[in-house]
Design a protein around this ligand. Structure first.
Ligand SMILES: [Zn+2]
Length: 603
């Protein structure tokens, strides 16, 4: 190594300090130990697979391994470094070490040529070593061609495959190799290695600067060494934090502290936005994340757990926006503003405590209070995080209180009375909406007809009053499915709910608009049906429901009369007048029991 250093002083650090021995490998102790043992005990596999991040030492390890196999003392974990084999291996000229880059030689012909090579004995060494880098790039045919040789190569042949993406390899290849996974080299190991190199090179440095370089290298020793090369040139012999921040376009650590202090203090962020405009926003987000991660690891008391959580979510959102090619300046402003807002937010526990502390025994006479009551639960969910709105809530309540106190007692009573009714009515409306929803769930069309034709009027004494504007096809559909509609209503309102329809006619010009008979119950229509069977020519709705046959002339339950056929409807209305009593109904039932199922579903 020293020899090379002197001969080739301008060589880049990554090459100059490429490990030559197993013990030189950085951060891959387990792998180097295992391979050393295998070499020393001569328990060698015929094929190895090295996988891991780029710059984690795969190719270096493969070359050390190859050297260990071509040294005169092979196999040995400590190549002598003096024999011809070692020397030519170190200068990458050994004839028995064949390196192939599968990224550029990925076809079947390349592999066939390589297989041809395996047939000849090594020229000088004991073994012939084939190193295939980026092996995942090979074509499927090339992999297939390689399989046989890989499984049973001649005894003197060793394969070392290296890849950054082992998942792309066919299972057949994986099963024929000993797999070594190279882990990401820890930042600590890299910093240590860099400081070692700088000491050897006699270059001064600040450790913080090396840490920044290491972070930028993201676990790749080769990338980090390339950056270090750059930093040495840029900083003119002393590698300092400021030169590295300038060089990498990173945010100065002091400025970073300042940014977060400003955000935590909820101060004006306009200056920060201006200063950060010259940086790439994606990088700013990355650096913010790294900064916070360090704070988290150091347990900085300035930051609470929920702050980290919120900030990291904001960063994720910002990154997503950037990925959509959003305007980066806008993303930056939005991100910083959200961060300030996130500091304002209270934890759920804090808000719950605040809500609990709101006095509940205030007089609540005003209509506003009561009307708002059902919705109060909802906003509070949002308030859990919004301190300001909680305060507003408290204020509103106290204002209401003051207003009430000023008012005379009589007014309060008067106002508070109808609220009970409002409450019940709204409950029933909710139930009615539930019915609509259930019908929608069964059939969209039916739900749509129901919603558009029927309007909730009132519900009292087990009778549901519905205003109906049904007409045309909608009406027919409602007729046909009346049985189901009943079930849906019973389900929500209770089993014995009567339904009364009040017809609301859309076109007042027609005769029928003055509907004389406003309501008719289901039983009454059943009675009507019986009556009709007695010779009346008017069709019955119930009949139609049962038969599943609907005609224009047939008519209605109460107000569901067809407005296009006024004369028939008119007749029916008259009948309804006559039949509009439960007693008649019962009488008809008793005397004409031949169609009992028609009303059984009601009772
Ligand atoms: Zn040797």
């Amino acid at each position: 190594m020293t020899e090379t250093t002197q001969n080739n002083p301008r060589q880049v650090l990554a090459l100059k300090y490429r490990p030559r021995r197993f013990e030189d490998l950085v951060g891959q102790d387990t792998i180097s130990t295992t391979l050393s043992l295998a070499l020393d005990t001569n328990r060698l596999s015929h094929a190895y697979l090295f996988s891991g991040l780029r710059g984690s030492g795969k190719t270096s390890t493969a070359r050390i391994m190859a050297k260990a196999l071509v040294c005169e003392q092979a196999p040995t974990s400590k190549p002598c470094e003096v024999c011809d084999g070692c020397k030519s291996a170190n200068s990458y000229r050994h004839l028995d070490i064949i390196e192939m880059d599968a990224a550029s030689n990925r076809g079947i012909d390349d592999i066939k040529e390589l297989i041809e090579h395996t047939k000849y004995k090594p020229t000088s060494a004991k073994y012939k070593v084939f190193i295939i880098d980026e092996v995942h790039m090979l074509t499927t045919q090339a992999f297939n061609a390689l399989l046989k040789t890989l499984e049973e190569p001649p005894s003197f042949v060793k394969f070392i495959l290296a890849t950054t993406d082992p998942l792309k390899l066919p299972a057949t290849i994986l099963s024929r190799t000993q797999h070594f996974r190279f882990k990401r080299i820890s930042d600590k190991d890299i910093v240590h290695h860099l400081s070692h190199i700088l000491n050897v090179e006699n270059i001064e440095f600040e450790t913080a600067a090396l840490e920044m370089l290491t972070r930028s290298g993201q676990g790749s020793l080769r990338d980090t060494l390339t950056l270090l090369d750059q930093a040495i040139i840029y900083s003119k012999s002393i590698v300092t934090t400021s030169t590295v921040t300038d060089m990498l376009g990173m945010i100065d650590p002091a400025f970073m502290e300042n940014i977060f202090d400003t955000i935590l203090a909820k101060n004006d962020i306009r200056d920060i936005i201006e200063s950060l405009e010259s940086y790439e926003v994606g990088q700013v987000i990355d650096e913010f994340s790294i900064f916070l991660k360090q704070k988290m690891l150091k347990n900085d008391p300035k930051y609470h757990l929920h702050i980290y959580d919120r900030f990291f979510r904001i960063f994720a959102d910002a990154k997503q926006l950037l990925s959509l090619n959003s305007d980066s300046g806008f993303v930056l402003i939005l991100m910083l503003s959200k961060m300030v807002e996130a500091v304002n937010l209270k934890t759920i526990e804090e808000v719950i405590e605040q809500v609990i502390n709101i006095p509940l025994d205030e007089p609540k006479g005003s209509t506003v209070d009561v009307l708002e009551k059902p919705s109060i639960e909802q906003p509070q969910v949002k308030q859990e995080v919004l301190k300001s709105s909680v305060q507003t809530q408290v204020q509103t309540q106290s204002q209401t209180q003051t207003a009430n106190i000023e008012q005379p007692m009589v007014t309060q009573k008067m106002v508070s009375q109808p609220t009970v009714e409002v409450q019940t009515v709204s409950d029933d409306i909710v139930k009615f909406k539930k019915v609509i929803e259930n019908i929608y769930n069964k059939s969209y069309e039916l739900g749509n007809c129901f919603e558009n034709s029927f309007e909730f009027e009132s519900y009292a004494n087990n009778i549901l009053h519905i205003n109906s504007t049904a007409s045309g096809e909608c009406k027919q559909m409602l007729y046909k499915n009346f049985k189901y509609l009943r079930d849906f209503i019973d389900e929500v309102f209770g089993d014995n709910t009567d339904i009364e329809f009040n017809k609301i006619v859309k076109e007042p010009k027609k005769e029928l608009a003055r509907t004389i008979q406003p309501t008719i119950t289901y039983e009454q229509s059943a009675a009507l049906k019986e009556q009709q069977q007695d010779g009346n020519s008017v069709g019955s709705m119930i009949e139609d429901i049962e038969m599943g046959d609907m005609t224009q002339s047939s008519s209605c339950v109460g107000s569901l009369c067809d407005s296009s056929n006024p004369s028939l409807a008119q007749v029916e209305l008259d009948i309804n007048d006559v039949l509009n009593s439960k007693m008649t109904n019962t009488a008809i039932e008793l005397f004409q029991p031949r169609n009992p199922p028609r009303i059984k579903n009601k009772i």
